[in-house]
Design a protein. Structure first.
Length: 104
């Protein structure tokens, strides 16, 4: 995690990922990803309920990966390593379900 305006970086390891798919409108699909943290990973003190919001197109592409605290935007961003974990999970577990749901 990287707090906006900070140079301190902490990579979290995500485990036990689960997702929900919500069709937002005719252009975007929201994927909420919830997860546990692997050994040695620790949330920043000011985050209580971290999740990820993946904003995707109907063709399955990821437009944005946003960290959320208690379901709202927060003052952090994911590191490239964290984004890669989320992308891998999405490609392997979520994208096939999403494409099936939207009829592609």
């Amino acid at each position: 995690m990287i707090q906006y305006g900070s140079v301190e970086v902490k990579d979290l390891k995500f485990i036990h990922m689960k997702s929900t798919i919500e069709l937002r409108d005719e252009q975007w699909i929201d994927i909420e990803v919830r997860f546990g943290l692997g050994e040695g990973s620790e949330l920043p003190n000011d985050i209580t309920d971290l999740s990820a919001l993946l904003i995707c197109s109907y063709s399955g592409g990821i437009a944005q990966i946003v960290p959320q605290d208690e379901g709202r935007d927060c003052e952090y961003q994911f590191t490239e390593s964290e984004k890669e974990q989320l992308r891998t999970y999405y490609e392997n577990e979520v994208k096939p379900k999403l494409l099936s749901k939207v009829g592609l």
